[in-house]
Design a protein around this ligand. Structure first.
Ligand code: SF4
Length: 348
């Protein structure tokens, strides 16, 4: 059974670059990138990132700006800082070699049970189960576990695995198994859609036998309800240009995209009464005919209205941010992706 799952995965997903040339460092980078980000997005960035930082030492010694520029497009920048912090600790305390002992790994700040198990199972091909949302879902369906989804269910799966109540063939490759379970959860056994007829596990899958696989894990139906509550945001992005440079400000600690530079930005409208990331606009601006760029961040769908102004008109907006002139070039300036998209729109 698990053999068929692994054969299916190895036939279908040979193209993923982090599965071609294996190093523990490469596994660390890819696993952190893949948390909260789709495979297709990571595909566009993984090799470029490794070219920029080919080994752990180069990442440990990178500047914050170099890191953020290389991470651009992957979102959730806290993960980039976390990855760099891990590299720094391993470089300083472990002679730049990622430890192979799971207990030692778990003591490194930034490495939790998921990353530690991913390094052991996928990186070293040793016994381990990297329980992300995909493994959680597939295993809860396969074994018919009733615990509501979330940390409790993930702990239960780890415990059953420790007690060998969740067990696999003796000579199974844990690397191939973990990757196959992730592949299955990403494609055939998704949160809101299953294709059980195509699934290599269907003969023994408890959820399949109930004919209601989507009801596992419990609470999965709440996911769609949460999606319906997505928040919307209309922002005004102001472009003030001079000699190939634009006015921008650096995002502070606690703000979205900390450390990156953004155009002066104001809130036009939102359905989130608690929203505080940007100040409200204190002037009336005619939005008709302004170009709009659509972006998204966390649970917000954003419409960015882009307006060009001269420096004098901009002063009327009375922002309290500290602005500086920044080069429009992406490589030099660490401008946020949304800012670059807005600038591109004006250029067109
Ligand atoms: S048989 Fe269906 S529910 Fe069970 S693991 Fe496969 S796709 Fe998921």
């Amino acid at each position: 059974m698990w053999d068929s799952l692994i054969s299916w995965s190895q036939k279908e997903f040979t193209h993923l670059p982090w599965r071609k040339q294996r190093t523990l460092y490469g596994t660390l980078v890819s696993e952190i990138m893949l948390q909260q980000t789709t495979v297709s997005t990571v595909l566009n960035h993984y090799e470029r990132f490794l070219k920029e930082f080919p080994h752990l030492k180069s990442l440990a010694q990178a500047s914050e700006d170099e890191l953020l520029v290389a991470w651009k497009g992957l979102g959730y920048y806290r993960r980039a800082r976390n990855l760099k912090a891990i590299a720094e600790t391993v470089f300083r305390d472990h002679g730049a070699e990622i430890p192979e002992d799971i207990e030692v790994l778990m003591k490194i700040k930034g490495i939790g049970p998921y990353t530690a198990n991913a390094l052991v199972a996928i990186g070293m091909d040793k016994r381990g189960l990297a329980v992300d949302a995909n493994l959680e879902r597939v295993l809860s369906r396969y074994y018919g576990l009733k615990t509501p989804k979330g940390p409790k269910l993930q702990k239960q799966i780890q415990q059953l695995f420790l007690e060998k109540k969740i067990c696999f063939e003796k000579d199974v490759s844990y690397r191939a198994l973990n990757e196959a379970l992730m592949d299955l959860g990403r494609t055939i056994c998704q949160a809101n859609r299953v294709a059980c007829e195509l699934c290599p596990l269907k003969k023994k899958c408890v959820a399949f036998k109930t004919q209601a696989p989507l009801t596992f894990p419990m609470g999965a139906d709440l996911v769609s309800a949460t999606k319906a509550q997505d928040l919307s945001l209309k922002l005004l992005r102001v472009v003030v240009k001079k000699n190939g440079q634009v006015l921008a400000y650096q995002k502070e600690k606690g703000e979205w995209l900390e450390g990156q530079w953004e155009l002066p930005t104001f809130v036009l409208e939102t359905n989130d009464p608690l929203f505080k990331q940007y100040p409200k606009l204190n002037l009336k601006v005619n939005l008709d005919n302004l170009p709009i760029v659509k972006t998204g961040i966390t649970k917000y769908s954003i419409e960015n209205f882009v307006i060009e102004m001269d420096a004098q008109a901009f002063e009327g907006l009375k922002s309290e941010k500290k602005f500086a002139w920044k080069s429009i070039s992406e490589r030099e300036s660490n401008l946020s992706t949304a800012t670059l998209k807005c600038l591109q729109k004006i250029k067109n």
